[in-house]
Design a protein around this ligand. Structure first.
Ligand SMILES: Cc1cc2nc3c(=O)[nH]c(=O)nc-3n(C[C@H](O)[C@H](O)[C@H](O)COP(=O)(O)O)c2cc1C
Length: 172
């Protein structure tokens, strides 16, 4: 299969809007949008690659398996999946004004999960154009995925997505 799976959650907000824009930007390369709350138990092995997307929202994080959120069930199962050799990329919604010391932290959390599960991480993004103090997503001078800030700079989202997708088309 030559499709790229886009696993995103929650639905109905900034994350879903960004996921749909990313799917649109891939154009002729086909993608499949999958709400993560419907992805539990799904066999991801046939996909060419996987894009994961979600917001950083304090205690309701991708890492906190005690919280009931769209990523909970999926992440408990991700550990059992074998992503070995699978190319994976992450996008994350955040707010660089209110959460400047935790900006898109969960991109970093998700990147660690992917690497622990044997996946290969692609799609890192340089800090140019972003303002923040600290981020768990920032390592070796780059974000481990694509940060998007719909709360404060929605006008930058389309361009950020288009550039990232062009990069991913080469890296997938
Ligand atoms: C309770 C709460 C906590 C948040 N914590 C963070 C944070 O730690 N870091 C960050 O970058 N953004 C944080 N945000 C901002 C959200 O990630 C941002 O609003 C995002 O666009 C929400 O996406 P959604 O509409 O898909 O839920 C927080 C938002 C809320 C409501």
């Amino acid at each position: 299969m030559n499709k790229i799976a886009i696993l995103y959650g929650p639905t109905g907000g900034n994350t879903e809007r960004a996921a749909r824009m990313i799917a649109g930007a891939f154009g002729e390369l086909s993608t499949e949008l999958i709400p993560v709350k419907e992805a539990g138990g799904k066999d991801l092995s046939p996909y060419l690659g996987i894009i994961f997307g979600g917001p950083t929202v304090g205690s309701n994080t991708w890492a906190d398996s005690n919280q009931r959120n769209d990523w909970d069930l999926f992440l408990t199962q991700l550990h059992k999946m074998n992503l070995h050799g699978k190319k994976c990329a992450v996008f994350g919604l955040g707010d660089h004004v209110s959460y400047s010391f935790y900006f898109v932290d969960d991109i970093g959390v998700m990147a660690d999960r992917i690497l622990e599960t044997g996946g290969t991480l692609i799609g890192s993004v340089g800090p140019e154009g972003y303002t923040f103090d600290e981020s768990k997503a920032f390592r070796d001078g780059k974000f481990a995925g694509l940060p998007l800030d719909e709360d404060n700079e929605p006008e930058k989202t389309e361009d950020r997505i288009n550039r990232w997708v062009e990069q991913l088309k080469k890296e997938f």
